[in-house]
Design a protein around this ligand. Structure first.
Ligand SMILES: Cc1cc2nc3c(=O)[nH]c(=O)nc-3n(C[C@H](O)[C@H](O)[C@H](O)COP(=O)(O)OP(=O)(O)OC[C@H]3O[C@@H](n4cnc5c(N)ncnc54)[C@H](O)[C@@H]3O)c2cc1C
Length: 427
């Protein structure tokens, strides 16, 4: 008996929509069906990039991803950021570049992106079945049987695009991995990535909520520096967020979940070493004999940060409080009065403050998943499973996560393109 459907795509997120479009464009006569458990499509696209959808980046390379770089490069070369720009242009969506390299729709609205993808699907005759949750997939000798909550469908080929576990209320709850596991695939350990970090209650983050500045974050696992990166850090009521935190989070989370001794430290002086900052303090003390640490820090950091840091240095005893100074040693003590030991202790805080990270903020706040199906279990020329012929895997289901900046969508478009056009042409 012939299968009901020629190409069934499970999951109508970014990768699934791209796969459906490219499959139908390759062979407009094919019956392509997109299944999604959600009632309305594209929840993740709509919230992405703060509601603006950071569609891609002006410069995408394998170094922007956490996965074997040779394999990632081969995939990215097949559908580049320039292809993404042209593709969206062909759907009536012009993209613009921002100073960070991120690319957004000119409309500044994620809805423009989603509507364009859905409109193209409609034009190509892709059948979209929302509110159809795939519960299992069985391979028979000549087709696949998809068990859904609305009955069984048969398909000649399946493209799995169910995403990871980030933002589960959007429909991406990791259920696709169970299906893949039953079909013989490995699923590596999955952790939230691009996720804000929660600091211990009582630490000074609450006083700085809403303030951002450049910082360097260093993750150390069992005494070894695993990651160091610089960027904008945002203090929040629960801890830290902002691009540098989001990018660093996967390293802290991995170390922490593996039970290793994991620390995250920050420098308020990203471009300078401990010795350089210390020499600077000595120089400033000699130059302006009356200046206080508070006055000096306020020249280099947002005033609120300088003030909070000073209160912290006083409270934790780094700065001894002179009898006349009430509680504020920072403004009362001139730099010149600091002993060498005290000054170097201050420098330690300025360049390597150990942050009391309690946990990541969790899947509801993570933008992406670190972990999934190892890339070596798919053929990168087609995204076809090496274990089950006729089965393809795309997007966040794969064990490859990009840094912040439009890289994860580029991964979704590129893998969707490879699988969709290959299956379409092959039939
Ligand atoms: C808040 C937020 C902001 C983000 N901002 C950006 C950004 O600006 N730029 C960027 O590059 N990346 C961003 N990302 C990451 C990006 O959204 C994802 O990497 C990308 O959407 C992954 O696409 P996907 O199609 O693989 O998976 P998903 O988008 O997760 O889609 C999977 C789909 O599968 C469906 N599904 C799941 N299980 C089943 C099942 N059993 N049966 C049927 N359907 C199922 C789900 O309902 C869902 O629609 C952001 C993520 C979040 C959470």
């Amino acid at each position: 008996m012939p299968a009901d459907i020629q190409i069934a795509i499970v999951g109508a997120g970014a990768a699934g929509l791209a796969a459906a479009i490219f499959a139908s464009e390759a062979r407009p006569d094919l019956h392509v069906v997109l299944f999604d458990s959600a009632r309305s499509l594209g929840a993740k696209i709509l919230v992405s990039g703060g509601g603006r959808c950071n569609v891609t980046n002006v410069d995408v390379a394998s170094k922007d991803f956490h996965a074997p770089s040779r394999i990632v490069s081969r995939i990215l070369q097949r559908f580049t950021e320039r292809d993404t720009v042209q593709w969206f242009e062909s759907m009536g969506v012009s993209l613009k570049q921002e100073s960070t390299g991120k690319m957004f729709p000119v409309s500044n609205k994620a809805r423009t992106v989603l509507q364009a993808l859905l409109h193209r699907c409609e034009k190509l005759g892709v059948e979209i079945r929302t509110h159809h949750r795939i519960q299992g997939v069985r391979k028979t000798h000549n087709h696949f049987a998809l068990q859904t909550d609305k009955g069984i469908f048969t398909a000649q080929h399946i493209i799995m695009a169910t995403g990871g576990r980030s933002l589960p209320k959007s429909g991406s709850d990791g259920s696709g991995w169970n299906i893949m596991h039953h079909l013989g695939h490995t699923i590596t350990e999955c952790d939230p990535a691009l996720v804000p970090l929660v600091l211990s209650e009582g630490f000074f983050h609450q006083d700085l909520s809403g303030t951002s500045h450049e910082a360097t974050l260093t993750t150390t696992i069992d005494g070894k520096v695993t990651d160091r990166r610089t960027g904008s850090l945002l203090w929040t009521h629960f801890g830290i967020s902002g691009p540098v935190t989001m990018d660093a989070s996967r390293f802290w989370v991995k170390g922490h979940t593996q039970g290793a001794d994991t620390t995250l430290s920050m420098s308020f002086f990203p471009t300078q070493s401990f010795e350089e900052v210390d020499r600077w303090l000595v120089h400033e003390a000699a130059h302006d004999r009356q200046t206080s640490l508070m006055a000096l820090l306020s020249k280099h950091l947002p005033h609120r940060v300088a003030k909070t840091l000073c209160a912290y240095l006083t409270m934790n005893g780094t700065l001894p409080v002179p009898p006349h100074a009430a509680n504020n040693a920072c403004s009362a003590v001139s730099l010149r009065q600091l002993s060498r030991t005290t000054r170097r202790r201050v420098t330690h805080v300025l360049t390597g403050l150990c942050l009391p990270v309690e946990r990541a903020r969790g899947w509801n706040f993570a933008e992406v998943t670190a972990g999934g199906i190892p890339l070596h279990e798919v053929n990168v020329n087609s995204m076809e499973s090496r274990k089950v012929p006729g089965l393809y895997v795309v997007g966040e289901m794969l064990d490859c996560d990009g840094r912040i900046g439009g890289f994860n969508f580029q991964w979704a478009w590129a893998t969707g393109y490879i699988a969709g056009s290959k299956v379409g042409r092959g039939l």
